[in-house]
Write a protein of this length. Sequence first.
Length: 248
Amino acid sequence: MRRQFGETRSVIAQRHALISADSHEVTPMPNWPGSRIVVVISPQMGAGFSQFLAEMPEGAKALAPADVIERFVLVLEGAVTLDLDGAVHQLLPEGYALVPAGVAHEIRATKASRLVVLEKAFMPLDGAEHPEPVVGSVEAQPRRPMSDDGLLAVRKLLPLEERFDCEVNVMEFQPGGSLPYVETHFVEHGLLMLNGGGVYRLDDDWYSVAQGDVIWMGPYCPQWFGALGATPARYLIYKNWNRDPLAG
Ligand code: UGY
Ligand code: MN
């Protein structure tokens, strides 16, 4: 991109956004003192959640969000500890945690680290218990085939239980693999390209996307992805999940 001519690959549209690194804006964040934060998706653009990238210097800490907010973190680089109710978990690259709303915790970088963070107001379900924290690693989750051609698989990072109001998955496309059809749904997505690239259809536009790109897909944004190149494409994808569209 020729930034000196005011160019960027980022696009902010009514119902979707593509945020590329060339337009990242670093901002301070009270719960992340000393870290470099880039908020890539937020309610200000129309989303029902926020997604940000956090660059933590060694020793930096993150404090818990407001009591009604649940937080998902995935380590991209480095290493952090997660102090949860007295138990200390070590998160390495592709290690992740979901900290339910109201659960006290502290994240501390044991070396310079990069994280992707998703936060949203938790939507409880009548009669269901409050979710428990989840700590895991992407690699430890089974690959579930998603297409007949064997080119698409998903790893589900959170339990498929109704007390959880969101899903966070890693979709894995072999070269030439694609979503089987153009999806339209009332739930929305926050996405981070982890590896490889391809073509993303959002509404009536087709974008080339690669590692590091972030996408917001709002409700009913028609969406499709096809992987291109010699290596697999993988993305992390959040969606609000398992709640009636008339709830809340
Ligand atoms: O779970 C999903 O809705 C997912 N298949 N969407 C997507 O990859 N754009
Ligand atoms: Mn979808």
